[in-house]
Design a protein around this ligand. Structure first.
Ligand code: CDP
Ligand code: MG
Length: 744
C-alpha cells in the first residue's frame, strides 16, 4: 500500500515530484532494505561495512589515527564560537527590533498583550529584556508561566545559557515536584499550575515585579484561572506589571478582558508551506506517520521533520519502529536522527532536539502537542500532522473524566503546518483528508476549563479565600453543572462543609499539588497507619502508565515479567510490589532492565515520593509503615477514590455505582483474568472501550463505613447477589492486547 496525498495548495510540479517519489511500505521494511544493502555490498560498492567501522573505531581508540589535532584547543574554540553566536542569535530574532518599543509600552501600561509567531523570541527574550532594564532590581523577580513542564525546563535552560549563568541560580524553573531555583533567582520560569501555588504562599506576589503569562492562547485550565487572579491582583498592586503573550490572533479577547490593554504585534517571518492531505482517511495514523517519515527521508531534499503524535507510549513505539527500519539502510542514505519529545522525557534527553543536525543527516522530532507552539525547533522543513491529540474530557453527568485521543481543531492544524515554514519554504503532510479538515474539525479547541473536572481548582480558590466562584471573573466561564459537581465532590470528600466553606481537612488537602481524591487518600493514611505504602502508591500512580516496558518482539516476556508483580487484590498493591522490590534492589538500573521496568519512570516515582513525603511533614502526618495490612491500604485508597467504584452487573459487565456507566477492566490489570464483584479504580481511559485502569478489589461494606454520606446501604445490597457472566475473563490477557490499548 502506498500513502497517497492529495495536493491542496501546491503547484503541479511539486506534486508530480512527490508522487514519483512514492515507495511502497514493503520497500521501507527493514528486512527488504537489509537484503538490498547486502546485495550492494557484494557488488563491491563503496559502502562501509560494520566490520570496517569497528576497525576504524578500534584504530582511533588505540591511537593509530588522530581524530582531532588538539581536543582541548578545539573545545575552547567551540565554546568561544558558541558564546558569540548565541548573542548573534538573540539579535537575529524577530522580537529584537521591537525591544525598546515593548519596554516603553510596558512602562506606560500595567498590562500589555504581545502577539508573535512561534519562534519570534517572546518566551526567551522578554524576560531578559525585563531583567536588563531593571525589573529585577531590589530583589524582585520576573516570572514567566508555561502550560507545559518540558517547555518551562527547556526555555529556562536556554535563557540560562544565553545569560551565561548556571541553571538554577539567576535563572531557574519550578515544575510540580521539582524546584530548580535559589535565593538568587530573578528570572523564574514555571508551569501555570506552579504559579497558582505561588498565590497560596504569597497572595500578593510581593516578590514579583512582572508576571508574564505565556502561551495564553493555549487556554489551559490553570492559565485561565491565573487570568482571573492576576487581573484582580493588579487592581491593588499598581506596581505589578503583566504581560500576556500569545502565538495566535485571539489577542482582542485578551485585550478586552484586561480592560482594553494595548496589543503589540511582532511582525512574523514566515515562508510558504505547501499542504498535502491524504486522499483517503488513514486507518492507522501511527503507521502512516512512520511511512511518511521514511518517504521524506529517502526522497526529499534536506530539512528536518517534525511529527505530531499524541503521547509518550505512541512516541516510544514510533521511535522503536523507526530505529529498526532505518537500521541497515546503508551508508548511502544519510543518518536519520530520531528525537522523541514529550512532557515526561528527562531533561538531559531533551537537549538533543535542539542540537544542530550534522550535514548529511536528517533529524526527525517525534513530539506531542508541545511542539505546536511551546517549543521552537530550528531547522524543521517537513511537518507530519496526524490530526490528533490527547485531551481530557470531563462529563459532569457521569462524573467521569477520561483522557481520549481526539481530533485537533482547525486552529491547531494551521499552527502545526506553520512549524514547517520557519527557516525555509516547507511542506506539511496531513494524515487526513481535505474534506475532513473542512468538515470535521472544529474551528477552535474548546478551552480546558470547559471540559475538565474543576475540583482541584475549586479547592485551591477556596483556600485562597475566594468563595464566590460563580462571580469569579472567568475569561470563559466553566459550565455551571461542572462547577456544582466539583463543589459536591469536595463536600463528599469532606474538604468543604454544608455551607461550602473550607474545612480543616480541606486546608490540609490543598497543601498537596495533587488531585483532591489523591490528597484525601494521603491524609486518610494517617488514620489507617499506612502512610508509607500510600505514598508509594500515590507516586506510582502519578507516573502510572509508563512503569512497564513492553518492547516489540518481547511482548510475551514483558507481560510475564509484569505478571510476576501481581498481587491478588489488584493493581495498587502490585504497583507497591514493583516499587518495594526495586527499593530492595537498592534502586538498581539492572534490576529494572531484568524486570522490564522503565528505570526513568521509577526514578521519577522516587522523586515524587520524596516530595510528597516532605509535604506530609508539613501537614504533620507521621510516616508509619504497615506493608502487610492489605485491608488497611485498600481502605485508605477507598477513602480517596470512593467515587470511582464499579460492580459487576447482571449483564456481566461492570457498571459504575452511582452513574451506571458501563466500564471494563483494562487488559493489563492484575484483575483481568479474575472477576471481582466490587472494584475501585484510579481512572478511566477510552481506547477501544472505556477501560478502568489501576483497579483493586474492595468489599462493598467499606463504602458504607468510609463514605456513609455518599453511599447508602441499599445501593450496595441490591447488587450484591448478581453473578458474573460465565467464562468471562477466561482469556489469556496477552492474546487480546491490541496495540491501541497500549497507546494511551
Ligand atoms: O516564545 P517564542 O515562540 O516567540 O520564541 P522562543 O521560544 O523565545 O524562541 C526563540 C529562539 O530561541 C528560537 O529560535 C528557538 O529555536 C531558540 N530556542 C532554543 O534554541 N532552545 C530552547 N530551549 C528554546 C528556544
Ligand atoms: Mg514561546
Amino acid at each position: 500500500a502506498q500513502l497517497v496525498y492529495d495536493p491542496s495548495e501546491v503547484d503541479e510540479n511539486t506534486q508530480q515530484r512527490w508522487e514519483n517519489s512514492q515507495i511502497s511500505k514493503a520497500d521501507l521494511h527493514y528486512g527488504a532494505r537489509k537484503r538490498k544493502s547486502d546485495k550492494e555490498k557484494k557488488k563491491g560498492n563503496e559502502i562501509i561495512t560494520d566490520e570496517q567501522i569497528e576497525f576504524i573505531k578500534e584504530a582511533i581508540m588505540s591511537g593509530k589515527i588522530d581524530e582531532q589535532e588538539d581536543p582541548i584547543e578545539e573545545k575552547k574554540r567551540k565554546i568561544e564560537e558558541e558564546k558569540l553566536s548565541i548573542q548573534e542569535q538573540r539579535k537575529s530574532l524577530p522580537i529584537f527590533a521591537h525591544r525598546q518599543k515593548i519596554l516603553d509600552l510596558l512602562s506606560s501600561n500595567q498590562v500589555i498583550i504581545i502577539v508573535g509567531e512561534t519562534g519570534s523570541g517572546k518566551t526567551t527574550q522578554l524576560t531578559q529584556y525585563l531583567h536588563e532594564s531593571g525589573y529585577t532590581k531590589n530583589g524582585k523577580k520576573v516570572g514567566c508561566t508555561q502550560p507545559r513542564r518540558v517547555a518551562a525546563m527547556s526555555v529556562a535552560k536556554r535563557v540560562a545559557d544565553e545569560m551565561g549563568v548556571t541553571l538554577g541560580k539567576e535563572v531557574g524553573y519550578a515544575i510540580r515536584f521539582e524546584d530548580c531555583t535559589s535565593d538568587k533567582t530573578v528570572v523564574k520560569y514555571m508551569t501555570d499550575g506552579m504559579m497558582l501555588r505561588e498565590f497560596l504562599r504569597e497572595p500578593d506576589l510581593g516578590s514579583y515585579s512582572c508576571i508574564m503569562i505565556d502561551e495564553a492562547h493555549e487556554r489551559t485550565l490553570h492559565t485561565d484561572i491565573l487570568f482571573g487572579l492576576v487581573k484582580d491582583l493588579a487592581r491593588y498592586r499598581s506596581d505589578l506589571k503583566l504581560i500576556i503573550s500569545s502565538a495566535t490572533m485571539d489577542a482582542f479577547k485578551f485585550s478586552k478582558y484586561f480592560d482594553d490593554a494595548p496589543i503589540y504585534k511582532i511582525p512574523g517571518r514566515r515562508f510558504p508551506v505547501d499542504i498535502y492531505n491524504t486522499k483517503a482517511p488513514e486507518a492507522d495514523y501511527l503507521d502512516a506517520a512512520i511511512v511518511s517519515v521514511l518517504q521524506i527521508h529517502l526522497t526529499q531534499p534536506p530539512g528536518d521533520i517534525l511529527v505530531f503524535l499524541t503521547g509518550q507510549a505512541e512516541i516510544e513505539a514510533a521511535t522503536e519502529i523507526l530505529t529498526q527500519r532505518t537500521h541497515g539502510l546503508g551508508t548511502k542514505i544519510g543518518e536519520l536522527i530520531i528525537c522523541p519529545i514529550y512532557s515526561a522525557l528527562p531533561s538531559n534527553m531533551q537537549v538533543k532536539i535542539f542540537e544542530k543536525t550534522p550535514p548529511g543527516a536528517r533529524k526527525v522530532v517525534l513530539a506531542t502537542n508541545i511542539a505546536e507552539t511551546s517549543l521552537t525547533i530550528n531547522g524543521i522543513v517537513y511537518v507530519i500532522d496526524t490530526g490528533f491529540c490527547k485531551q481530557n474530557y470531563y462529563n459532569p453527568r457521569t462524573g467521569m473524566e477520561s483522557l481520549i485521543v481526539a481530533p485537533i481543531s482547525k486552529a491547531s492544524s494551521l499552527q502545526r503546518a506553520g512549524r514547517a515554514g520557519r527557516v525555509a519554504p516547507g511542506k506539511c503532510f496531513r494524515l487526513y483528508t481535505k474534506w475532513s479538515f473542512e468538515n470535521e474539525l472544529d474551528d477552535e479547541t474548546v478551552p480546558e476549563i470547559q471540559r475538565t473536572n474543576l475540583a482541584s481548582v475549586v479547592l485551591m480558590l477556596k483556600s485562597l479565600g475566594i468563595d464566590d466562584l460563580v462571580g469569579f471573573d472567568f475569561l470563559d466561564p466553566p459550565p455551571s453543572e461542572t462547577l456544582m459537581r466539583s463543589i459536591e465532590q469536595l463536600y463528599a470528600l469532606a474538604a468543604l462543609n454544608e455551607d461550602g466553606e473550607l474545612t480543616k481537612l480541606g486546608r490540609r488537602m490543598a497543601e498537596f499539588p495533587l488531585d483532591p481524591m489523591m490528597s484525601k487518600m494521603i491524609i486518610s493514611s494517617e488514620k489507617y497507619k499506612t502512610t508509607s505504602e500510600i505514598l508509594t502508591i500515590a507516586s506510582m500512580l502519578s507516573v502510572n502508565n509508563s512503569i512497564f516496558y513492553r518492547p516489540k518482539d518481547k511482548e510475551v516476556h514483558a507481560d510475564n515479567a509484569r505478571k510476576n508483580f501481581f498481587n491478588e487484590t489488584g493493581d495498587h498493591l502490585s504497583l507497591l510490589n514493583v516499587y518495594n522490590q526495586w527499593r530492595d534492589s537498592n534502586y538498581s538500573i539492572q534490576w529494572c532492565y531484568e524486570n522490564y521496568i522503565q528505570y526513568r519512570s521509577m526514578k521519577r516515582a522516587k522523586d515524587v515520593r520524596d516530595q510528597i513525603e516532605n509535604l506530609c511533614e508539613r501537614v504533620e502526618i507521621p510516616l508509619v509503615s504497615n506493608p502487610t495490612d492489605y485491608e488497611g491500604i485498600l481502605k485508605t485508597i477507598t477513602s480517596g477514590f470512593f467515587f470511582n467504584t464499579s460492580n459487576i452487573t447482571r449483564s456481566g459487565d461492570y457498571s459504575t455505582l452511582k452513574k451506571k456507566q458501563t466500564v471494563f477492566i483494562h487488559p493489563t490489570s492484575a484483575l483481568f483474568n479474575r472477576v471481582p464483584k466490587w472494584v475501585i479504580f484510579f481512572e478511566v481511559v477510552q481506547t477501544t472501550k472505556e477501560y478502568m485502569r489501576q483497579i483493586s478489589e474492595i468489599q462493598p461494606q467499606w463504602l458504607i463505613e468510609i463514605a456513609p454520606h455518599f453511599y447508602q446501604l441499599k445501593e450496595i445490597s441490591s447488587s450484591v447477589h448478581k453473578m458474573p457472566k460465565q467464562g468471562k475473563g477466561k482469556v489469556n490477557s496477552s492474546e487480546v492486547l491490541k496495540k491501541e490499548e497500549f497507546l494511551i
